[in-house]
Design a protein around this ligand. Structure first.
Ligand code: NAD
Ligand code: GLY
Length: 363
């Protein structure tokens, strides 16, 4: 049963996010509420197809919606122009038209790729996100950033293209590998620190239920995250202002991913990045030591690291130098002026190297 609905208000691009437990069999009802179409292209990979494809497509068939299955490779490599090209080919051969609907079933990779294809195929066809990883449920399926990677940079080719609706079945998280779940929790923790209560309390008090995948608590957690992201996207859909708050922990995080050659996953790197952002905020007098300690407690509780080994301060700063967000000789960080109050600050290189060197020596 659908337990929660979050509305994203963006004028004519507004859409609902449906959240529930074991709801894939009811997908076609929302599909038919929204579209007159009788045809869908389900884009997914074989991992997700084997687990959830049957439930989703049985629902479409029960509602007399024809579907074409388009399988893409599993993993980040699917977010490429060449895979997008293969998907366009599949759609053309199957006679897919502008009135038909793309359904993205999977994690952030499938969602970003399928959304990119939807934004560009025949100059734009409607699409629906059915996210099946925690990261996709709380972050990538909401807000309309769709993209593929270029060999010279991640997410370099893309668009802002909102889905027609998002359909989240939290019971799909039961099959998600632990490392992927923890990676999604890093983004949940990010929302908790940039927004504060009630999410920060929920993830501290309900840790056992969350890690035990109790669907009532998961639905509530996902709902709060989607509404926090929605609120930010409604203010800054095209990422020219407050949407930067969603990069909390990401400035150092990206440098850690790249310096450790992806030994640290995105979620692990962002987790360390958040502890560092808290430390930097503390050094600048914006939060107390208690906030740094709280970061360490919450992040460790979800199996994520609070520091990084195998990367030095100078090396990390050099990588951050190349970060596209760097401006005018300074480094741009999202910091906290108190929990729930993010601010964007330029940090000069000397301060950054000094606080980072100290941070890397902390236990
Ligand atoms: P992913 O899509 O690669 O999924 C992780 C793994 O889990 C894959 O192997 C996938 O097949 C598998 N999987 C998916 N659902 C499953 C399930 N229910 N049970 C078992 N296995 C399952 O990774 P991700 O972390 O979901 O997404 C990462 C991508 O998201 C990156 O490309 C990143 O750039 C993008 N992203 C986009 C935005 C945005 O706003 N568009 C935001 C954050 C991240
Ligand atoms: N994940 C960052 C954003 O959507 O802006």
């Amino acid at each position: 049963m659908i337990k929660q609905v979050v509305e994203i208000s963006l004028g004519e691009r507004s859409y609902p996010i449906y959240i529930g437990d074991n709801i894939l069999h009811g997908f076609v009802d929302k599909f038919k509420d929204k579209f007159n179409a009788v045809k869908a292209a389900v884009i997914t990979n074989s991992t997700v197809w084997d687990l959830y494809g049957g439930r989703l497509t049985e629902s479409l068939t029960a509602g007399a919606i024809d579907y074409e299955l388009i399988l893409v490779p599993d993993g980040e490599k699917a977010k490429s122009l060449s895979v997008a090209g293969q998907v366009y080919g599949g759609l053309i051969k199957k006679g897919f038209e502008r009135k038909d609907v793309i359904v993205a079933l999977g994690g952030g990779v499938v969602g970003d790729l399928a959304g990119f294809v939807a934004a560009t195929y025949e100059r734009g066809v409607p699409f629906v996100q059915v996210p099946t990883t925690l990261l996709a449920q709380v972050d990538s399926s909401v807000g309309g950033k769709v993209a593929v990677n270029h060999e010279l940079g991640k997410n370099m080719i893309g668009a802002f293209y909102q889905p027609a609706f998002v359909y989240i079945d939290v019971s799909t998280l039961n099959t998600l590998p632990g490392k992927e779940f923890a990676g999604g929790m890093a983004e949940v923790i990010k929302y908790a620190f940039i927004k504060g209560e009630p999410l920060l309390g929920l993830i501290q008090e309900k840790k056992r239920a969350i890690l035990g995948k109790e669907t009532g608590v998961l639905s509530e957690m996902v709902r709060i995250c989607c509404s926090i992201k929605g609120e930010i996207v409604e203010k800054d859909e095209r990422d020219a202002g407050v949407r930067a708050y969603l990069n909390y922990g990401h400035t150092l995080g990206h440098a850690i991913e790249s310096t450790t050659r992806y030994d640290y996953s995105h979620g692990q790197a962002v987790a360390v990045g958040m502890v560092f952002a808290a430390r930097l905020s503390q050094r600048l007098g914006m939060v107390g030591e208690d906030v740094v300690e709280l970061h360490k407690r919450v992040i460790s509780a979800y199996g994520l690291p609070v520091t990084v080994s195998g990367a030095g301060a100078v090396e990390l700063v050099q990588v951050m130098e190349r970060d596209k967000k760097r401006t005018g000789g300074e480094h741009v960080f999202v910091l906290l002026d108190g929990v729930g109050n993010p601010v964007v600050k330029n940090i000069d290189e000397d301060t950054l190297v000094s606080v980072l060197s100290e941070f890397l020596r902390e236990v």
